[in-house]
Ligand binder design. Sequence first.
Ligand SMILES: Nc1ncnc2c1ncn2[C@@H]1O[C@H](COP(=O)(O)OP(=O)(O)OP(=O)(O)O)[C@@H](O)[C@H]1O
Length: 712
Amino acid sequence: MNDLKAEKKHLADTYQQLLTRKTVLSSFLTEDRKKDRLAMQSIGEEIRLNFDNFADRLDTFAAIESKNREIDQMNAALQSAERELAAIDRLLDSPYFGKISLQFEDEETIEDFYIGINGFVNENKEGLIYDWRSPIAELFYAKRLGPVSYQVNNQKISAALEHRRQFIIEKDHLKQAFDTSVAIQDEVLLAALEANNSQKMQDITASIQHEQNVIIRDLAHKNLLVNGVAGSGKTSAVMQRIAFLLYHFREEMTAENVLILSPNSRFIDYISQVLPSLGEKNPLTLTMRQFCQTFPSVDLESEEAYFDRIQQTPSEAIDLLRSADFSRFLQSLSKQLPEELVLHFKPIKRKNVVLFSEETIETFFQETPKQASLRDRIQAVKKKLAYAWEERLQKNALAANVHDQVRSLTEDEQRSLLGTVLKDDSEKTIQKAALRLLKKKYATISKQINDLNWFDTKRLLADSADYFTHGQITLTQTTASLDYTVCLLLIRHLLAEKQPVPALRYLFIDEVQDYTPAQIQFLLCLFPMTAFTLVGDQQQAIFTSAITVSEIQTLFQQQAKSLETYQLTTSYRSSGAITRLFAQMLPKETNLNISAVRPEGKLPQFYANLPDVSLVDIVKELKQPVTIITKDSRSSEELKQFFDKQAVSFHGTVLPIHLAKGLEFKQVLLYDVSAENYHTNQDRRILYTAISRAMEELVVTSKGTFSPFLTI
Ligand SMILES: Nc1ncnc2c1ncn2[C@@H]1O[C@H](COP(=O)(O)OP(=O)(O)OP(=O)(O)O)[C@@H](O)[C@H]1O
């Protein structure tokens, strides 16, 4: 490349300008922090607090207000400088990764734009680096050279993309440069894949592929569903899309308006660095179980019990609780309750003393307008109960014995029961304190009223199941399974009280194939205005809790919501040989043609009829760290104990597949892939998922003969 020299010079210049700006910002921050402290100190000295008369008070407030404004301005300047400094620090690691040369209409010269992980404008207000999310940077990810356009402030700008260059840069060292005419060059992609050395997920900004970019930047469609093969960058696309949206809507939303639902706690940790490395805050990230636990009075099975359960064949009752039909029926109850379904109320009690009987609550309910929605009627009953309770407390607070109780309180007791020490013992003070005392004493009653403990939602759910299945299914729920809780929360939300949820603009669901139709329906009800991005892989549906693409599409259609579907078939994670192996696992009718990006690499090794004692040598010989993946938790535990007993030490982990899901590891050993362990269609998907966790080296063992799904 004849202008490599010019590129090196450009890099040196840019790097120098970044360094200069860093120095300016650092000294501004140290100086300003000092000034800030001094300013704070001087406030007390400068403002004479004078509250003598009305005019003095106004003057004092005005002086405080003006000082506050000064401090706010100072803080805003500090924060903005801190943000800029952090961005510069990121850029100093690698100032930019791409360049596009554009010929704009009516302009004679071609203009160059350098693209980096963040933007940088120098002190002369020249844009030296453009953020990869800026409108113009989209052209960098465009498929071909030639006529292109982009949108700025709803205005279309046309140009000709004359030239695209990609760089591999470390600090101020230009390691490689490639001129590319078709999207992102393989060398850059392969270099990015090679450089993936971390245990945590990394951003893919410099090598986002065209089909991923379309998903990341899709603003035209509110709801997206991405069905992509193993390793096709679905999670990466989710993270990059969040970063893109936070940038694009920076004036309107923050990370607080985003929620990511993830498969398990390990995965949450795995993705935790991507957004901070791009200068963005992580949004709240939860598993569906954790999300349901955020609601009041939810008591749920543990994560382990949950995973155990969703690997078992479900009972008829669980099937019902997961189904779209049943949750749709529950949803329909909010409009009209069939005559056969009767609401049941529970008495409000304290220590076996009934304060509001079922009959009283039933009467309150009957007094509410019949034409109102059930939720409004329940809310009206709640208000009536709260009012009746307050009245009762006020009446009781007049009683002499309560007043005596108040008078006999020591100062310490007053502090702990009334929150203050009584100033006098006038009738008025004592009466007020008496009410406070009673409220404190009977706090559980207010809580019961508030938490709707008196409305028997469990009974309604059980009766609904009975009615819906014509008496075929009786719900006898001993432990609160996630499936049961989701239906209960749906009833609570639609029929009793809107559940408290964050104001979400975007909801991202990873591994969506593991959700049930009822769960998706529940989320759609909870977040009617939110935009959904769902990503998953039908072939990785390894649990009995699952949903298909067409079921998801139907659920969206029923809610009159559009859903744009994307399919990704290029796999970036595993070597060619490993990709070939898991691609063979797909049933013919899927018609999926998985293409690998990485080179062929080392062939997987297979050991049939291998006793555990021989496993030890194989594990030790493998490049470390090695991840051993088992089919379930029980075999993981057994294997760990076996290694302990044998005093085998190796660098790595033993994980059941449900915890390895979504993650990736350089060296993987699949434990006991025997015909006995892997013969059903679900086993086939487990195997496909397990093999596709391996990036470079794969060893497959079996205690007996191999599963028929392995065509070695
Ligand atoms: N455009 C890209 N450039 C560089 N690396 C990429 C790109 N796309 C994906 N990768 C890498 O490929 C690997 C797989 O990506 P990711 O985990 O996002 O895929 P996935 O579709 O969510 O996988 P799975 O469903 O199998 O868990 C990751 O290491 C990711 O960094």
